[in-house]
Design a protein around this ligand. Structure first.
Ligand code: HEC
Length: 242
């Protein structure tokens, strides 16, 4: 309303373009525009694991698919679901029986506009683009602490921090037995913003020193518009099994 009033009073004399101050961006950026809307309205249910019986096949706290400990296939992030997101946030005659998201509450026009415009950018890759991140973005940080261990488990506590308060998702990589009982380096812990703990099985893993690394994604475009490795890789030292 504010923007409209401005245009009607000044528009004719100054020739302002018909574009209001409160219009959603035409090309929303994941980190700057989309992630905050999803964080405020969707992520309390659509994270991992999901809450409130939300569909487990997608998570809205990540742009990219995320590898998790429990499943072989990564869980799709928001980018692959941008069209579905745009369809589910307003009543649609094409999906008449389905609950409008978020359930029981209507988002504002600006927020709906951001998600719809982002869905409109889905291209031949079937994904909506990440777009440029914040110019002065600060990288996420991780502290990993061993809380205890016995012969079969080691328990870690972690804290993922982000000075810009971006949503952060990631994975901890270390030694693990695959389905064929071969020792591989794979996801051994699931990481999200804030603090958490998880146990890593040591059963069947021989004595030795194993490197621990983590990948964290705060939504930033780390390697340019063409690149797909948009995460920070951290080295966390060695897991020593005597
Ligand atoms: C209170 C919990 C809750 C919140 C908040 C919430 N959802 Fe959902 N969402 C659900 C549940 C439950 C389902 C599964 C039932 C259904 O499809 O209606 C679902 C389903 C979906 C689906 C369909 C998934 C599929 O695989 O078909 C999409 C897309 C979705 N939500 C997007 C959103 C978006 C975008 C927001 C925020 C704007 C949001 N949701 C907020 C609980 C929630």
């Amino acid at each position: 309303m504010r923007a409209l009033a401005l245009i009607t009073t000044l528009g004719t004399t100054l020739g302002l373009a018909a574009c209001g101050l409160d219009d959603p961006p035409v090309q929303p950026s994941w980190q700057v525009d989309v992630m905050p809307v999803l964080a405020a309205n969707c992520v309390r249910c659509h994270t991992y694991p999901t809450l409130g019986f939300a569909a487990p096949g997608l998570r809205l706290d990540s742009y990219d698919p995320v590898e998790v400990v429990e499943f072989d296939a990564p869980i799709d992030g928001a980018a692959h679901n941008a069209t579905l997101i745009a369809q589910r946030i307003q009543y649609s005659k094409y999906r008449p029986g389905l609950t409008v998201m978020p359930p029981g509450r209507e988002m504002g026009d600006y927020e709906i506009g951001v998600l719809r415009n982002w869905g409109g950018l889905v291209d031949g890759s079937m994904m909506a683009p990440r777009g440029p991140g914040r110019a002065d973005n600060r990288a996420p940080e991780l502290t990993l602490t061993e809380l205890g261990r016995d012969a079969s488990y080691v328990v870690f506590g972690y804290e993922v921090r982000d000075a810009d308060r971006d949503l952060v998702v990631g994975s901890l990589y270390g030694p693990r037995l695959d389905a064929g009982n071969r020792l591989v380096t794979d996801v051994i812990g699931d990481l999200t913003s804030g603090r958490g703990t998880f146990a890593v099985s040591l059963v069947g893993i021989a004595a030795g020193s194993y490197e621990l690394t983590a990948r964290l994604d705060d939504g930033a475009d780390v390697d340019g518009p063409e690149g797909t490795n948009d995460f920070v890789e951290l080295s966390l030292g060695m897991l020593v099994l005597p």
